[in-house]
Structure formats: structure tokens, C-alpha cells
Design a protein around this ligand. Structure first.
Ligand code: NAD
Length: 365
């Protein structure tokens, strides 16, 4: 029987609870410790989930820990990833993989040099909804994909997040915050992106937090908050992608894929579930039953997949290569807007293996 790998969490903020809960589902990983710059946050999560509270230094020098789960804010992702790798640990981090391409590349190269695994959120594309869409495309239900749309339009996160400042700083914004879900879902279905053209702008230079914890705080806006782009995929599909924190309300669906013989409505890539709607040969939409399990909030399934990949010496599905490719695509939006031209994407990646049909709960293979 394979060993249960030990996971140490760094970053005990808003999203960490979802990971602590979901990771209990998986038989091949176990969170044993947590750390945060803010020791009180680490202690609170440690006592809630019955793990050891440690400082970041203690965690990195703890020989019992195999995988670091980096749930810090985007500006700290690359630094913590590099420290984890230097300490000889595999690392899976929240999105984005890094804020800067150079830092992302350094993480990839360091991992390769040390023969360690890197991974990155989102792992939502391993959920039942998105895996069903992948299967419908692979099984030719809509024919050859030729086009698509992806819309993430909202008024921003300052009305609900207790500490929303980072969403408007370098590494934040609608594209770097939500784009990873959408672009990763698209790459999972369609393969890598060849080139990008885009326009980027923002409606406000500052915002006011309205959630109770920070109500009234002025939030400087350093990043574009409305970005509209067109992605040309190597497979030939042309997909319109709009990511915005400047839209109050809209009626678009999250993602639609148009093939030569049918169309597919893909569920919210920031969720694990459906519904999946399909139309073939211009017939009415029908809701497809889901071919795959994992439809609840399973954040952490990517860590379970990494542990399985390490054991079986195979590539992990939420790989650093995939995350770096998505990061380069996101950077291309700003570059294209500034330079008034298409930007060619240098990196590539293979589509992650689809999950098998018929998995039992808690298993990844
Ligand atoms: N909040 C959500 O709903 C949500 C959902 C999905 C993904 N995410 C992603 O998860 C990440 C964390 O988001 P969050 O909402 O939990 O943020 P948060 O601000 O609530 O928590 C981040 C925690 O990381 C700690 N931290 C920051 N830098 C650190 C460092 N160098 N060393 C140790 N600890 C450090 C902070 O002290 C804080 O406790 C972000 O990348 C975000 O994009 C958040």
C-alpha cells in the first residue's frame, strides 16, 4: 500500500478552511501542520483542524513534511514556492503561479533541477462538471472546436472579502485572480494557446472596501480591472475572453465552446459541479449527466493528484508547466494592449490526462 504523504499548509487565511476540509476526503494525503506570517492565524487553524502550528522556518525544516501547500497571497507565491523547493519539498500553490513570468520560470527550473514536483491551482477543472465537458469534447459530441467564449464579469471582491487590498495590486485584478480558472479550463479542453490579442483598462483608480472587517478602507487600484482578449489555440479554436471587476450585472454564460457539429455550455470553472448543457446538430439544449465524480468543493484534489503522481512517477495534472503557460497567456493580455499587436505565446504544455471515469470517492486513480 502506498504511503500517505504529509502536507504542510503555509498561509492560513480565507481560503485555507476549504482545503483543510476537502483534503480529509483523500486517502493519500494528510495535512499535519500549518504556518502563517501571522502566528495567531496559524494557531487558530491548527486548533480548528487538529494539526501542529509552526513558523514558516520550522515547517520548511520539518523532515516529516513531503508537500508544501502554499495558500499565501499572490505576491508571496513564487518566494514561498522557491523556499519550499530549496528545502527539498514538493510544492503546490494557490493561483496565480507567480506574479512575474521570470519568477514563475525560476520556480519551474528549480523544481526540475531538484527533481521535485510543482503544482498550482486551480484544480477545479478536475471536478465532475469540467471533466464531463472534457469527455464530451474528446468523444466528439460537438465536432472539432472552432470557437468559444469565456466571461467572468463582476463588480469586484471588496463587498465580501475581509482583506481585499491584494485583489487590486500587482498579481491581482480580474485576470490574475479569476483568469486562471477560465484559461486553465480552456487549455484542459482545447490544449495550449498560440497567440493573444487584447485591450485592458480600468473604471476606477481606487475603491472602497464595504465588507464589515475593512469597511471604508480605500484600496488603491494598480492593475487593469477590465480586460477583453482573443485567444488563438494551437488546435485552431478562437476564443473570446473577457475578465472584469467593472461590471455590475450581465447575462453571459461562463464558458461556451462551439464545435463544427454542436455547442457546449461549460459550468463555472470556479466550481466543481455542473450543469453541462450540450446541443448537437442545432437541436435544443439538453443537460448532460455528469460522467465524473467530485462535484463538491474539492479544493486540494490537485494535491492528492500530485501525491499520486509522485508515487507513480507520472506528471501531475495541475502541473507547474500548465500554470506557467496560463501565466504567460495572462501576461500577454497587458502586453498586447500596450503594444497594439498580437502576442505570440512561447511556452506550451500538454493537456493534463483526463481523470478516469468510475473513480470511488477519495481516490484519484
Ligand atoms: N478567498 C477565496 O475565496 C479564494 C478562492 C480561491 C483562491 N484564492 C487564492 O488563495 C490565495 C490566498 O487567498 P486568501 O483569500 O486566503 O487570502 P488571505 O489574505 O485571507 O490569506 C492569506 C494568508 O497568507 C499569509 N501570508 C501572506 N504572505 C505570507 C508569507 N510570506 N509567509 C507566510 N504567510 C503568508 C497571510 O498572513 C494570510 O493569513 C490567493 O492566491 C487567492 O487568489 C482565494
Amino acid at each position: 500500500m502506498s504511503r500517505r504523504m504529509k502536507v504542510g499548509v503555509i498561509g492560513c487565511g480565507n481560503i485555507s478552511g476549504a482545503y483543510f476540509k476537502a483534503i480529509r476526503t483523500f486517502g493519500n494525503i494528510q495535512i499535519t501542520a500549518c504556518a502563517d506570517l501571522n502566528m495567531d492565524a496559524a494557531k487558530a487553524k491548527a486548533s480548528e483542524f487538529d494539526v501542529k502550528p509552526l513558523s514558516v522556518d520550522q515547517m520548511l525544516s520539518d523532515n516529516s513534511i513531503d508537500i508544501i501547500l502554499n495558500l499565501t497571497t499572490p505576491q508571496a507565491h513564487a518566494e514561498i514556492n522557491l523556499r519550499a523547493l530549496d528545502a527539498g519539498k514538493h510544492v503546490h500553490c494557490e493561483k496565480p503561479f507567480a506574479t512575474e513570468l521570470k519568477a514563475g520560470k525560476k520556480v519551474l527550473e528549480t523544481a526540475k533541477g531538484k527533481k521535485l514536483y510543482t503544482g498550482c491551482a486551480p484544480d477545479t477543472f478536475l471536478g465532475g462538471g469540467n471533466q464531463t465537458c472534457r469527455k464530451l469534447i474528446d468523444d466528439n459530441w460537438v465536432g472539432r472546436p472552432v470557437a468559444g467564449t469565456a466571461f467572468m464579469l463582476c463588480p469586484g471582491h471588496e463587498s465580501w472579502h475581509p482583506n481585499p487590498g491584494f485583489y487590486y495590486l500587482e498579481g491581482g485584478g480580474p485576470l490574475f485572480d479569476m483568469g486562471p480558472y477560465y484559461i486553465t479550463a480552456l487549455v484542459n479542453m482545447l490544449g495550449p494557446v498560440k497567440r493573444v490579442c487584447a485591450s485592458a483598462g480600468r473604471a476606477h483608480d481606487s475603491r472602497i472596501a464595504t465588507a464589515e472587517a475593512t469597511r471604508g478602507t480605500v484600496l488603491p487600484v494598480e492593475v487593469s480591472t477590465h480586460l477583453a482578449g482573443i485567444l488563438d489555440f494551437h488546435c485552431g479554436a478562437i476564443v473570446t475572453v473577457v475578465m472584469s471587476f467593472d461590471v455590475q450585472k450581465h447575462t453571459h454564460s461562463n464558458i461556451e465552446i462551439y464545435g463544427t457539429s454542436g455547442s457546449l455550455v461549460v459550468p463555472d470553472p470556479n466550481s466543481f459541479s455542473g450543469p453541462v448543457m450540450v446541443s448537437t446538430n442545432r437541436r435544443d439544449w439538453t443537460e448532460s449527466s455528469l460522467s465524473h465524480i467530485y462535484t463538491d468543493n474539492m479544493r486540494g484534489i490537485g494535491v492528492s493528484d500530485m501525491a499520486d503522481a509522485i508515487m507513480r512517477r507520472r506528471p501531475n495534472r495541475c502541473s507547474g508547466e500548465l500554470a506557467y503557460h496560463v501565466l504567460e497567456v495572462m501576461h500577454a493580455f497587458g502586453k498586447s494592449s500596450q503594444s497594439n499587436r498580437h502576442v505570440l505565446i512561447e511556452s506550451t504544455c500538454t493537456r493534463p490526462e483526463a481523470l478516469p471515469v468510475g473513480l470511488s470517492e477519495g481516490k484519484i486513480a
